[in-house]
Design a protein around this ligand. Structure first.
Ligand code: PDD
Length: 283
């Protein structure tokens, strides 16, 4: 019998099971999962797994639209239908389906899916010999320069921004230095100098940022790639973000307090104009 899957109440052959491209689990890694073993046709430590699943969902603000009893029943039913004795149940809950945006989905309906697969036992030979391992630096997930789909922290940051009536979340490191924003790069103007954090592998190398820096190189405006702290940012004369959608966009309020005069500053306006003038040469 082929592996069985269950997605939002529909049972199908795992190889033919489909979920929407618009699922935020697919776009952003916005989801949580559990995997539990089945011994003699019965799931192992179900209550502990469901406790952890509920904790995980709460942490990333997924509100289930199913009860624990319903879920338990559906897991047992699927395991029974699979007729497998030694198996693994994989279960995941994602934010749900909707337009691709870092902004939280309106009325999200979580996608709940699971499947049961035969799980072969670890071969006796390996049990006897043991395994080899390597030691690696623990840098999960410390590669923000890669434009990966691993965007859960970004979408959660955007969600908190929106809950506070803000458009974007600007991120600060433990050492106080500003890195970037949830889906954009950050620039600040201090006096006559425009500053943006350097590409140190801990920020995304934005294309808009790159184009803005090229424009700055050609202009007579003073600029540098350097670090600045959140404290310095709060006292900047101007702040703006860059990304593909927003181009060059002024930030006029930080944590409810005005940046500079609280209106888009002259350097930001000038750069936006220069950017728009430059667009045709990239087409
Ligand atoms: N995001 N930093 C992060 C974390 C981003 O996700 C983005 C872009 C940028 C700016 O990159 P660019 O200038 O190449 O757009 C910086 C896009 C807009 C998105 O995820 O929709």
């Amino acid at each position: 019998m082929p592996d069985l899957a269950w997605v939002n109440g529909e049972v199908s052959n795992l190889l033919e099971t489909k979920v929407s491209f618009l699922d935020h689990g697919y776009f952003f890694g916005y989801g949580v999962y559990e995997a539990f073993k089945v011994y003699a046709g019965k799931p192992f430590a179900m209550e502990d797994h469901l406790d952890r699943l509920e904790r995980s969902m709460k942490e990333i603000r997924i509100t289930p639209d199913f009860t624990r009893d319903e879920l338990t029943k559906n897991i047992y039913d699927l395991v029974r239908r699979s007729e497998l004795q030694d198996a693994m149940v994989y279960l995941q809950v994602t934010r749900g389906v909707g337009p691709r945006s870092h902004s939280p989905l309106k009325n999200p309906k979580p996608t709940l899916g699971m499947f049961v697969s035969y799980l072969p036992p670890i071969p006796e030979e390996i049990r006897e010999k043991g395994i080899k391992a390597v030691i690696l630096k623990d840098d999960r997930w410390a590669h923000p320069f890669i434009k990966t789909l691993n965007l859960l922290p970004n979408v959660l940051a955007k969600q908190i921004a929106e809950e506070n009536g803000a458009y974007e979340a600007i991120l600060v490191r433990d050492n106080g230095s500003i890195s970037e924003a949830s889906s954009s790069n950050v620039f600040a103007v201090f006096g006559d100098t425009i500053v943006t954090p350097p590409l140190d592998g801990k920020i995304l190398s934005g294309i808009t940022r790159l184009v803005v820096l090229r424009i700055l190189e050609k202009s007579n405006l003073k600029f540098k790639e350097d670090y600045f702290t959140d404290e310095q940012l709060r006292n900047a004369d101007e702040v703006f973000i860059t990304n593909t959608g927003a181009e060059v966009l002024a930030v006029t309020s930080l944590d409810g307090k005005p940046v500079g005069k609280g209106i888009p500053g002259p350097k930001t306006k000038q750069l936006y104009q220069l950017f728009m003038q430059e667009v045709p040469s990239y087409l």
